[in-house]
Design a protein around this ligand. Structure first.
Ligand code: CUA
Length: 660
């Protein structure tokens, strides 16, 4: 299939915009039959700005978008893939939660994958996906893998961008929630996950009055094996942190490579108790004028972990806080009030922190930080003995941003963009001289923002997404629960221009990353036929055409089935009440998009069999009856005929028959 025109898409669009705007001038170019553009604009009440915006986002049929946007699905527990600039939804990727279309959580291997994320022996069918992180090589997105964290249950997942399928879910079992995750180091050596709400490490019970002594945070470094495409828990480690409610994190790059940074929002060590005579969390967390930016030397920490200076906590390797201090792994720098975002500039020199309760973006200099650390120039220590560097000495400067600044992204012209939550704007400012340039209104309560490759060593400029938390008055009413709103902004235009509002009606997408479309090379079909996407190899139960069969074995009835337009073979399966049934189904197709589904009535079974894919599902046929099975993808003109019967013969009938 022909790939859409990509790189030149933008130039074409601008050309089209110019042509169209010329067209709408009085006495412009010759008009086509039907209403003129002017008449259309009048009829639809559109301004010239509206028309330019439309021309900058419109994708004619068959044309592909220039960028992929990977957004977390929030409490949908998934990832949303969106084309930019059209803002067309391309896919939902099931991650932590069952998803019927993809058959995720309805077959043996995906069931096992979801179960691997169960915690404390509890079945979990939801997650709160927050920060997606594309894999990087030398600080550039490489389009190979995508990682995502589950804030609610402190888990991390790995998605392979070859087929957009979740391959692995890991959990440290030492923390209970995360927020500063996922962020990758510049060569994806590690995936960073930082705890949010302090708890006793390892999941044991400790009363709240032991908060200062026994509650802790942690920054976890998950080792990634790029060859295998999997996290290696045995080679991963954590650094124990004081119970300061660590917030967002980022990895250093170029000159700051080797460092990781994270905020903390609760150096007060408040833990609520508004029914017990203590201040509520929100005021307890907001007493101090300064919290602590954490500066962590992960390259040194890696050596410390390798040297075995760790303790196993609930099966996970932890560098204890006193060791981290002794080994010079952890330093604090004061940061203004209740910070949220920490973002490293493309050249790696600046670390930008914005505080929810402070009107500035504070820019720290890695050169200054390194010097202070090397000279051991501390202005004091915190209650746990962590050395504190001077705010004034580590800072390069501050920019007055507005009320409630949060997150910062970058473009290719030396500009930074900071979301301003309370004010509902995005501020564009110059990184070099820390001068405010321009603000664009957001509608409204903008949280994260995402610029094209805007957190890499070479941002693209072009587009920025404002991820708005509230959307009232923007879309047709749909009852009290409203979607989120992604607003697409042209940041290459002379003046920032809002192009498009997109409702996101499934969870609260929290953060997103935008990657050039031509960096991704997804496969079209699974090869060889019989491939199991979750194991990555040809399945041992893969079925060849002509070798379909039903076998009764000691562990139950094995059904070796194939799917091809437009039948399942066998299309009649007979088992006996109480039998354990193992369905092994291979889609023999190798044609692009020739997906078959497999649904079985009343057994909660729905598989998606992409071309070449093999899937297994095991269940007990515990109720006698006649159960239709059918294909759930409209695969051909005879799709409705792609069906069969699954018959469960009653016990009595079979024993009566046997007695005869
Ligand atoms: Cu196969 Cu419909």
């Amino acid at each position: 299939m022909k790939r859409g025109r990509q790189g030149d898409g933008r130039r074409l669009l601008i050309g089209a915009a110019v042509a169209a705007l010329a067209f709408i001038q009085p006495g412009g170019a010759a008009r086509a039959a039907g209403p003129s553009l002017q008449e259309l604009m009048k009829a639809r009440n559109l301004s010239e700005a509206d028309v330019t915006a439309a021309l900058k986002t419109y994708m004619p049929t068959g044309r592909f978008d220039d960028y992929y946007l990977f957004a977390s699905g929030g409490h949908g527990g998934n990832i949303i893939v969106i084309g930019v600039p059209s803002m067309r939804i391309l896919k939902y990727v099931a991650v932590f939660t069952p998803e019927p279309w993809q058959g995720f959580g309805y077959g043996d291997e995906s069931d096992k994958l979801i179960e691997s994320g169960y915690r404390h022996g509890h079945k979990l069918t939801w997650a709160d996906t927050h920060h997606p992180a594309l894999s990087e090589t030398k600080g550039e997105y490489d389009g190979k893998y995508l990682f995502i964290g589950d804030k609610a249950n402190a888990r991390i997942a790995v998605v392979d961008l070859e087929d957009f399928v979740t391959k692995q879910i890991v959990q440290s079992n030492i923390i209970e929630s995360n927020h500063g995750g996922t962020f990758v180091t510049p060569n994806t050596e590690y995936i960073i996950e930082t705890s949010q709400y302090p708890t006793p490490l390892g999941g044991k019970y400790v009363p709240l009055d032991r908060f200062d002594e026994e509650y802790r945070g942690a920054m976890i470094f998950w080792k990634f094996d790029r060859e295998k495409g999997r996290i290696v828990p045995e080679e991963s480690f954590a650094i124990e942190l004081p119970p300061y409610s660590q917030d967002l994190a980022d990895a250093g790059k170029l000159v700051s490579d080797g460092f990781a940074f994270c905020n903390s929002i609760n150096t007060e060590r408040a833990y609520g108790g508004n029914l017990e005579g203590r201040p509520p969390m929100e005021s307890g967390y907001s007493q101090n004028d300064m919290d602590y930016l954490h500066v962590i030397d992960w390259k040194k920490a890696e050596q410390v972990a390798k040297a075995g200076k760790t303790e196993m906590v609930n099966g996970f390797k932890v560098i204890r806080l006193p060791v981290a201090i002794q080994e010079d792994l952890l330093h604090f720098i004061p940061e203004p009030k209740s910070p949220h975002g920490v973002d490293v500039s493309p050249d790696g020199k600046d670390i930008v922190v914005a505080g929810k309760l402070d009107t500035h973006a504070t820019v720290y200099s890695i050169d200054k930080i390194k010097k202070l650390i090397a000279e051991k120039k501390y202005e004091g220590k915190d209650a746990y003995g962590v050395p504190i560097l001077s705010f004034q000495d580590a800072m390069r400067g501050q920019v007055e941003i507005g009320l409630g600044p949060l997150h910062t992204q970058f473009d290719n012209k030396g500009n930074a963009y900071t979301s301003v939550f309370i004010e509902s704007t995005v501020a564009k400012w110059n990184l070099k001289d820390l001068k405010m340039i321009e603000k664009i209104p957001a509608h409204y309560n903008v949280g994260h923002i995402c610029a094209a490759e805007g957190d890499t060593v070479s941002p693209d400029g072009k587009y920025l997404i404002m991820m708005d938390k509230w959307s009232l008055d923007r879309f047709a009413p749909v009852g009290p629960l409203l979607p989120q709103n992604f607003q697409l902004v042209d940041i290459d235009a002379e003046k920032l221009q809002l192009l498009y509002d997109m409702p996101l009606p499934l969870g609260e997408p929290h953060y997103a990353q935008m990657i050039k479309a031509d960096k991704l090379k997804p496969i079209e079909v699974y090869k060889p036929v019989g491939m199991n996407p979750l194991s990555g190899v040809k399945d041992k139960f893969a079925v060849e055409g002509g070798k379909e069969r039903i076998e009764r074995q000691p562990d139950g009835v094995h059904v070796y089935m194939t799917a091809i337009r437009s039948h399942f073979k066998p299309d009649i399966v007979r088992v006996k009440e109480g039998d354990t049934v193992h369905l092994h189904i291979t889609n023999l197709e190798q044609a692009h998009d020739a997906t078959h589904g497999f649904a079985l009535d009343a057994h909660n079974i729905q598989l998606s069999l992409e071309p070449g894919e093999h899937a297994n599902v095991t269940f007990v046929a515990d109720k006698p009856g006649v159960f239709p099975m059918y294909c759930t993808e409209f695969c051909s003109a005879l799709h409705l005929e792609m069906a069969g019967y699954f018959l469960v013969e009653p016990k009595e009938a079979s024993s009566a028959k046997a007695a005869k």
